[in-house]
Design a protein around this ligand. Sequence first.
Ligand SMILES: Nc1nc2c(ncn2[C@@H]2O[C@H](COP(=O)(O)OP(=O)(O)OP(=O)(O)O)[C@@H](O)[C@H]2O)c(=O)[nH]1
Length: 642
Amino acid sequence: MPRDLIVGTAGHIDHGKTALIRALTGVDCDRLPEEKARGITIDLGFARLDFPDVHLGIVDVPGHERFLRNMLAGATGIDLALLVVAADDGVMPQTREHLEILRLLALRAGIIVFTKCDLASATRRVELHSQIRQLVQGTFLESAPRIETSATTGEGIDILRNTIHDIAKTVPDPEDAGWFHLPIDRAFLVPGHGTVVTGSVRSGRVAVGEELERFPGGDRIRVRGLQHHDHPIASANRGQRAALNLAQVPLESVHRGQELATPGIFKPSRWLTLPLHTLPSVRKPLRHGLPVRVHLGTVEQMGRLFLLESDELPAGESQWTQLILDEAVVATWGRPVILRDSSAEHTLGGGTVTAPTTQRLKRRDSTILRRLTNWCTGDAMTRLAEAAWFAGVEGIDRGDCVREVGIPIREIDATYSEAIASGTCLEWIIGKSTRLFHAEWIAERESQFLARLDTLHQQSPMLSWHRLVEVWEPIRHRYTDEFCQALVGHLCDTKRIEVDQHRIRIAGFQPRLSPNLAKLKQRIVHEFRAARFQPPEPSRFIAESKGLAVHLPELFERCITEGELVRLSDGLYLASESERELRQRVTKLLATGPQTVAQIRDCLGTTRKYAVPFCEYLDRIGVTRREGDLRYLGESVERSEE
Ligand SMILES: Nc1nc2c(ncn2[C@@H]2O[C@H](COP(=O)(O)OP(=O)(O)OP(=O)(O)O)[C@@H](O)[C@H]2O)c(=O)[nH]1
């Protein structure tokens, strides 16, 4: 199977790009009547150049500075550039600008083509080589082949054709992202067929009959037919020029700048975050808030610059930047963006998108800047983790990974699992969907939550529990209820909190007593000890505890958990020593034979009021056993004696 690649021209107006493509392929790319009349290229032109092992789609771009937006739309999808320089003119403004744009588009392969060499003497040609050597120094074209040609005499055309073939063979196979993406660069009507759009396929594959998503808008459209350089094809793949016949789509609704993609990958956003590099030719520093013209794929959109590191970005420097666009666009990690000034006179700079959907970020925040750098330069797992960190409470899912991490679909599962296995990310079920969160981001939320709970414990040290809503209230506006539930569940699973229905507390929390409460507790215990088998009623302490009465139930609970009191029944307590003595005395008495409640009462030196519930308590715990009016030794005692 031959490979498919896209070749694009670049260079100053009238430097012979269109004539060169005609000489190479026989195709005249200037198809508009106005282009023919004025002798200049206005819009993109297309041709093909096929070799047995590689098929090249050629995009011819205009050189005129006024049509730079069209040049950008064409240059966005190319794999190999032909930088065209007319031998008589030499390096001119758009030679420089187009080269800068190719660099910003992160192009790696290209050829320098000197045209109109029939007009240049041998000395001029030498000069030209030295001029271009200086221009391309330090760029991807530094060691590119330089071919002297003339479309008029045919000089060098065959050599150029062979060189294109050789270089095309060296262009590494672009990674197959596994999903279809085509930025639309043309739309027209074909009588009898309807609307047709064309573009360079940036990734993946589409077949006739498949459904795609169209952006902006996100509506679904069906591909009724496909063509490749005027020939019907069943499917179109990366690196091909493709024409798609769209079913039931009126021409008026389609235009350059729209994008077609496999459904579910893109998410429109008005925010793009990227490290922005300014061109050395920029005349004055770019200011924070500057209105700019943003080119992304074939899209051109007005927006503003938000500098994240300082208030100005001088020429030839880089800085983390957010672009806020007037209307939402679609991007993925690694997609190139070019910025021009608002009046479209100068290219200012560009970069590749790191965060395609992250909303406004805090400026001058070292954590954010460090994490953005990780997201930009890290391996797939690091990028995924950072995307999850920036997604915060939203988390990310597998679909988001394609867009935010820039990895092929087939690698998602492995990267996703690695992030979980390494402990970098946590996978939680939120409502009905499974989302991935950054473990550190979650840890920060957990600390906030625990700190809040701790504050409540400190404010009410006697209270063992707090209502969940009370803990959650101050921060709930930032998180969904489903997220709150997942967070509490995780804190509980990891044994950092205890949950009792809608009440929570820090695991192992023991209420602390204020001095007044400690005194009250001491008095209670003292009185129970002194009263022995005629214990006071708890309600007795209400009057004397004044404002502390509300804490009495908890105070009694605490006396029990600390082993000072034993609860015999509702409202009836004994000091622990008395309860032990009760069991011993009654056991001893019953060892002599069965006894009535009255006999037990006398043995304990108490009243009937207490003797009856004491006996019932002893029955319950198996110390005694009732038969009619008599009490016998219970099972637990008999067992312990066996
Ligand atoms: N003598 C000579 N003239 C040439 C050659 N190639 C192109 N020309 C002439 O140069 C002029 C511009 O050529 P084009 O091919 O339209 O230039 P272009 O770079 O495509 O122009 P734009 O796309 O408008 O920027 C035309 O009049 C061509 O006939 C060449 O090799 N020798």
